[in-house]
Design a protein around this ligand. Structure first.
Ligand SMILES: [Zn+2]
Length: 317
């Protein structure tokens, strides 16, 4: 016997959510003395393992982005569907994440900013964290100053300076970033040997049936700080590099800084010129049959909220 709620769902399927795309970044253990804003990008491998086990026990199935497009375009019957994405292109996705995904036979997509494997990324969010952890006060070139003695002050200082960094023009970003800290020597190349996926790892992921490699621009640009031509050039460079160095034609895209503030209709139009099968945002939300494949919502998963997310998704039909 069907309940009235189930009958309503059958009659009006477009009104009910049936799935969600999860957004992760890193798969690594949390380092307690580091700052939360960066550490919350990590899901520990054993936690990911437990999360996947729990999700399956609760009746969730995991699909790739290609399978998701199929469900949406053909309006296939679906319930409790999840799709895992990992942004940026961190090495731990391969070293720590891949074994867990394989053990659970779970598909996943890594959205790679190709500056990561090219090893010329400025990991400003980790450089800023280092500066804050190593100093008890910081004065910036605009004469604003910050006391950062306690952990709480350091966390707040990180957020305050991050806001300033996000407004820096993408043109000559490195120079502007260094200039912001007139009294501090910054090694802009730090972390390029340790954090990113290598091209060799990406080539191996190409042969892994569970893995999809998606586009995340080349320089991890914020659309709001770029001209139309900069956006077109940066995405095209990323597509070319991925084809040339790993033989991968990327069919899916995720905006770096993909919330409503950073991504306007104007930017959506530019990215859609590339004919990606899906375009993912960082807007929080669930999947409906009416969801636009070129403006997909995602749910940001952290160690703190992962099990809450599954409980809140039990409503999925
Ligand atoms: Zn990103």
């Amino acid at each position: 016997m069907r309940t009235r709620r189930e009958i309503r769902r059958l009659l009006h399927p477009s009104l009910y959510p049936w799935g969600a795309i999860l957004m992760l970044h890193r798969v690594d253990t949390i380092t307690p003395y580091r700052l939360w804003y960066n550490e919350h990008l990590k899901i520990p491998p054993n936690y990911l393992d437990g999360f996947l086990t729990y999700a399956k026990r609760k009746g969730f199935s995991f699909v790739s982005l290609d399978e998701l497009v199929d469900i949406l375009s053909k309006k296939k019957h679906a319930r409790r569907i999840l799709s895992i994405t990992l942004d940026d292109g961190y090495k731990d996705n391969y070293t720590n994440g891949l074994p867990v995904f394989k053990a659970h036979n779970t598909p996943f997509c890594i959205f790679v900013a190709t500056k990561f494997p090219e090893r010329n990324m400025t990991y400003w969010w980790y450089l800023l964290e280092d500066i804050i952890l190593q100093n008890e006060s910081i004065t910036l070139s605009d004469r604003s100053s910050f006391v950062c003695q306690s952990k709480q002050e350091k966390e707040q200082t990180f957020l305050d300076i991050r806001e300033k960094i996000l407004t820096i023009s993408q043109d000559n970003f490195n120079r502007h970033f260094s200039d912001l800290f007139p009294n501090i020597d910054i090694d802009l190349n730090k972390y390029n040997d340790t954090l990113p996926l290598t091209w060799e790892m990406i080539r191996q992921l190409k042969d892994e049936p569970l893995a999809t490699i998606g586009c995340h621009t080349h320089s991890h640009i914020s659309m709001s700080g770029c001209s139309r031509q900069m956006i077109l050039d940066d995405i095209q460079l990323s597509l070319n590099l991925m084809k040339e160095k790993a033989g991968i034609q990327m069919g899916h895209f995720a905006y770096p800084f993909g919330d409503e503030v950073a991504v306007k209709d104007y930017h959506r139009g530019i990215v859609q010129e590339f004919d990606f099968k899906t375009i993912a945002t960082t807007n929080d939300g669930l999947l409906y049959y009416t969801t636009d494949v070129h403006h997909l919502p995602r749910i940001f998963v952290t160690e703190r909220n992962a099990s809450d997310i599954l409980d809140s998704l039990k409503c999925l039909c």
